[in-house]
Structure formats: structure tokens, C-alpha cells
Design a protein around this ligand. Structure first.
Ligand SMILES: Nc1ncnc2c1ncn2[C@@H]1O[C@H](COP(=O)(O)OP(=O)(O)OP(=O)(O)O)[C@@H](O)[C@H]1O
Length: 279
């Protein structure tokens, strides 16, 4: 079956500094792909390439077999919804108005919303648990409420592909789980950057591990997340067991790290008895 999205050899550099180097992967239709990696690994940059905010120097990105470069803005917006960390331009909108902007790709200029549109907005607000704040100003919402509002906006957009940049940032643990379960239940193809490796392992069908702009590993969580790799890429020691409910990898981290020094920026001191090589 043709993948929902295929990225081939994406490279992007700024002022001669490589940010993404030869990134390739494909996302089967309806699957949830978790982008993981340490700070500065290139997760947001890759997502920006996928939603056309950045034009990569080389490489191809195909959405359902078509190059995204050649698509009109409207065609692209009907197929791809993006949830970024915040949306500063939304501060003068009420929550209901903000969510309704998700319908824009389907509207003609000055076309008013129908009763059906309003119902879709109300349903999306209910799905993210914000129906009681529908008339509140977006700027007055908490960080987590803003995040959920932006997901409601993506829901009304009815995309085939949903791209989320750290969707669980700001969310308390209940909403971290609930929002990712909601995203999964939409039945659309999803790529989400997620910092919490346990959450990513539990909620994603596959993971793509980036480090210094390169793909280090890809596949299911058990393949990607090994104690050795977590140590090498994140500079943290952990013990991996199985989650009793999901059977997915469950990482238990160890404490006690030497701060970086001038000659040892990646120093890892493992106090768990496992001797991983420190650089
Ligand atoms: N427009 C830009 N100009 C210069 N450098 C950039 C630009 N965008 C990203 N970078 C650099 O590229 C690297 C990757 O950044 P990116 O935001 O993609 O990483 P990330 O994996 O999303 O990080 P984090 O987990 O901290 O959000 C960083 O070193 C960042 O400083």
C-alpha cells in the first residue's frame, strides 16, 4: 500500500551547518509515528520541512504519492493539519473563533459558517474537553488549554495527515495520555515529536530517533529504544523493562550525573552497575 508520507534524503543546512542530513522514512497510512531525540536533534526542523515552512536543500517529500512542493496552498491545507507549540496570531480570537479557522481550507472568501460547521466546532471543543470555555479568549487560556484548543482546530480541518510539534508539552499527565489517545482515535496518519520516551513508546506505532540531524534508528519501540542507544544518544542511563499493560518498553532512568566539563561534554556516569562507555 502506498504510504501516507514518504521522505527521501532530506538535507537542510543553515550557514554551512548541517541541521538535517539524509533523513529518509515512510509513514504507512493511519499510523502514528513518534519523532524522538534530544534537544537540538532536528525534530522541529524536520516537521517544518514536512509542512513546507522550510524548503530543504535536497530531498523529496511525497504525500500520498504526490510531491508536496507542487501542491497549491489550499490542496495542502485540506490534507495536512499542523499543531505547533503556540499560535501568537490567535490571541485576539475566542476559542470558538480559533477552532473555526480550521475550516478555512474548505471556505470561499467571506463564506459564513453553516450550522453543520458550528456543530463540528462544538464537537471538536467537546473532544478536547474545552466546550465550557468556548467563548473565552485564546490568550486567556493556560498553556495546556491552548495546546488542546490547537488540537481541536486540527480536528475540524479533517486532515489526512496530522503533524504535531511536542503536543504534550504543557499538558498534565491525564491530558498527555488523553490527547494522544484522541489523536490516535482520529484514524488519520500522524507524526508527532514527543520528548517523553515512555509516552512515545506507549502511544506510537513506530518511532524515528534523530540525533544531530540524522536518523539513528527507526521501527517499533522495542527495536528503537535500547539501553545502549538511550545512553549513547541522550547521555542517560536507564533500565528497560516491559510495561505491564501495553507490553511496550518501559524506561526507568538512573540519577547521578557529572556536569559536563570542557573536555567531556557527553560524560555519562552510570550508577546502575551497567558500564556504558562515556565519551
Ligand atoms: N532557522 C534556523 N537557523 C539556525 N539554526 C537553526 C534554525 N532552526 C533550527 N536551527 C538549529 O538546528 C538544530 C535543530 O533544531 P530543532 O529545533 O529542529 O531541534 P529539536 O530536535 O526540535 O530540539 P528541541 O527538542 O530542543 O525542541 C538546533 O541546533 C537549532 O539551533
Amino acid at each position: 500500500m502506498e504510504p501516507a508520507l514518504k521522505a527521501d534524503n532530506i538535507c537542510w543546512s543553515v550557514a554551512g551547518k548541517p541541521i538535517l542530513s539524509g533523513v529518509s522514512f515512510s509513514l504507512p497510512k493511519g499510523q502514528v509515528l513518534g519523532l524522538i531525540g534530544p534537544n537540538g536533534a532536528g525534530k522541529s526542523s524536520l516537521l517544518r520541512c514536512l509542512y513546507r515552512y522550510i524548503q530543504p536543500d535536497t530531498g523529496n517529500i511525497l504525500l500520498h504519492g504526490d510531491a508536496i512542493d507542487g501542491m497549491s496552498l489550499q490542496t495542502f491545507a485540506r490534507q495536512v493539519a499542523v499543531v505547533q507549540q503556540d499560535m501568537p496570531l490567535a490571541s485576539e480570537l475566542s476559542l470558538r473563533q480559533l477552532v473555526a479557522t480550521g475550516l478555512t481550507p474548505y471556505k470561499r472568501l467571506f463564506e459564513r459558517n453553516s450550522a453543520e460547521d458550528n456543530n463540528a466546532v462544538d464537537a471538536a471543543l467537546a473532544q478536547v474537553g474545552l466546550h465550557q470555555q468556548a467563548e473565552a479568549m485564546f490568550r486567556h487560556l493556560s498553556g495546556g488549554e491552548k495546546q488542546r484548543a490547537l488540537i481541536a482546530r486540527a480536528i475540524v480541518q479533517k486532515p489526512a495527515l496530522l503533524l504535531l510539534d511536542e503536543p504534550t508539552n504543557h499538558l498534565d499527565i491525564r491530558y498527555q495520555i488523553q490527547i494522544l489517545e484522541l489523536v490516535r482515535s482520529l484514524g488519520v496518519s500522524v507524526i508527532a515529536s514527543i520528548h517523553d520516551l515512555n509516552l512515545a513508546a506507549a502511544m506510537c506505532d513506530e518511532l524515528l530517533l534523530l540525533h544531530q540531524g540524522r536518523v539513528i534508528a527507526a521501527g517499533d519501540a522495542a527495536t528503537v529504544l535500547t539501553e545502549q542507544r538511550v545512553s549513547e544518544v541522550f547521555g542517560v542511563c536507564c533500565q528497560i523493562s516491559r510495561h505491564s499493560q501495553t507490553g511496550k518498553p518501559l524506561l526507568q532512568y538512573f540519577y547521578g550525573y557529572a556536569p559536563p566539563t570542557a573536555d567531556k561534554t557527553d560524560a555519562v556516569r552510570c550508577d546502575n552497575g551497567v558500564n556504558y562507555a562515556a565519551k
